[in-house]
Design a protein around this ligand. Structure first.
Ligand code: NAP
Ligand code: F7E
Length: 323
């Protein structure tokens, strides 16, 4: 029998990669779509699956729309990827972030519990919950210390997922995913901001790149690898929480160096530090330990940072050329 999946956040970075994976596995894929922007479907189009998924109008803030989406999709698996996910914005819109990224998780879990409590549920948790890190390498046992309204909101969703698992025996799992990027990454995030700038500078359409804290370190992986871990979590007999990471951390500065070098440029000739991009509180370093995911899910990252960044630069070179 064909399995059915419902993805919230299908128009974001991860949604289309996950949708494509599920389509390849023979699922009927449904996506919740808030229809606020002008060209919200560009990522689904880039992966060539725009016409292969069923879109259902709805918003995380509206429980009735989520109940309707559960009924229409008859979902066996629900992936809750929707969020206000940009950390910097979370200081400018802390209450919206609390509602969309935090308490809305209760809406999705309630819709699952009310319509189909047998459905398997995935919550998009984040390494931002570790924030001011309490261990050099973070795993599932590391205490949380969020450093932004986004991190605080995600912590609510994370614990509520665990609570619904324990209270109602839902098959609810949380993936504590470290930063993952791709050519479909939003332009406001640092990797894509850099790869887009590299393409524009190389093609004479931009003169400099203005960044904030280039000393912060991130454990960056490829989104295409990370959606496989989401699916694997929901195929397990028992629900659980998993850290998904590469186990390598790199400064923003070194990531810039990789990106510029790929087109034969030196980042030092173009980088301008602009305090406008500093954050009120920073997460200085993140480094995940994905040992549990490897042992229990058989998952490990298969794309290096160099492969990821060059893939993104190449995609942006093509986009800038066409524009
Ligand atoms: P993203 O590109 O920012 O996508 C967010 C998605 O949520 C978009 O489809 C957006 O729709 C949707 N959305 C926002 N507000 C909504 C609302 N009120 N109702 C319904 N949909 C709404 O995020 P991503 O990078 O794909 O990440 C997926 C999830 O993983 C997010 O929850 C993120 O917080 C989490 N996460 C991401 C990373 C990472 O490094 N990428 C790491 C850990 C965890 P519009 O397009 O219409 O705005
Ligand atoms: O920043 C520094 C910035 O915005 C990375 C989200 O997907 O991953 C993401 O959150 C680092 C930070 O990602 C600029 O200060 C310097 O230290 O790409 P980012 P993030 O904040 O790590 C986590 C896991 C999530 O869950 C989130 O949803 O780069 N940085 N200069 C800059 N960052 C940006 N965006 N722009 C700059 O100009």
């Amino acid at each position: 029998m064909t399995k059915s999946a419902l993805i919230t956040g299908i128009t974001g970075q991860d949604g289309p990669y996950l949708a494509k994976l599920l389509l390849q596995k023979g699922y009927a894929v449904h996506g919740l779509i808030a229809r606020r922007g002008t060209d919200t479907l560009w990522r689904l189009r880039e992966l060539g699956i725009e016409n292969d998924v069923t879109l259902i109008n709805g918003d995380l803030l509206d429980l009735s729309s989520l109940i309707r989406a559960m009924q229409l999709s008859k979902a066996d698996e629900v992936y809750n990827l929707a969020a206000q996910s940009f950390v910097a914005t979370s200081w400018e819109q802390p209450i919206l972030t609390a509602q969309v990224t935090g308490t809305s998780v209760a809406n999705v879990l309630e819709a699952v519990r009310i319509v189909n409590p047998q459905a398997h549920f995935y919550q998009a948790s984040t390494s931002e919950m570790f924030g001011l890190i309490q261990a050099e390498q973070q795993d599932e046992t590391t205490p949380f210390y969020p450093r932004s309204p986004y991190g605080v909101a995600k912590l609510y969703g994370h614990w509520l997922t665990i609570n619904y698992r324990e209270s109602f025996q839902l098959h609810a799992s949380s993936g504590i995913l470290f930063n993952h990027e791709s050519p479909l990454r939003g332009i406001e995030f640092v990797t894509r901001k850099v790869t887009d700038a590299v393409a524009r500078i190389k093609q004479g359409k931009q003169k400099e790149l203005r960044l904030g804290n280039v000393d912060s370190k991130r454990d960056w992986g490829f989104a295409g690898d990370y959606v496989q871990a989401m699916w694997l979590m929901l195929q397990q007999e028992t629900p659980d929480d998993y850290v998904i990471a590469t186990g390598r951390t790199t400064t923003v500065r070194d990531m810039c160096e990789i990106a510029f070098r790929h087109v034969g440029l030196n980042y030092q000739d173009y980088l301008v530090i602009d305090p406008k991009f500093y954050r009120p509180a920073e997460v200085d370093v993140l480094l995940g330990n994905p040992a549990k995911a490897k042992q229990k899910l058989g998952w490990e990252a298969s794309t290096t940072l160099e492969e990821l960044i060059t893939m993104m630069v190449d995609a942006d070179m093509r986009r800038v050329e066409k524009a």
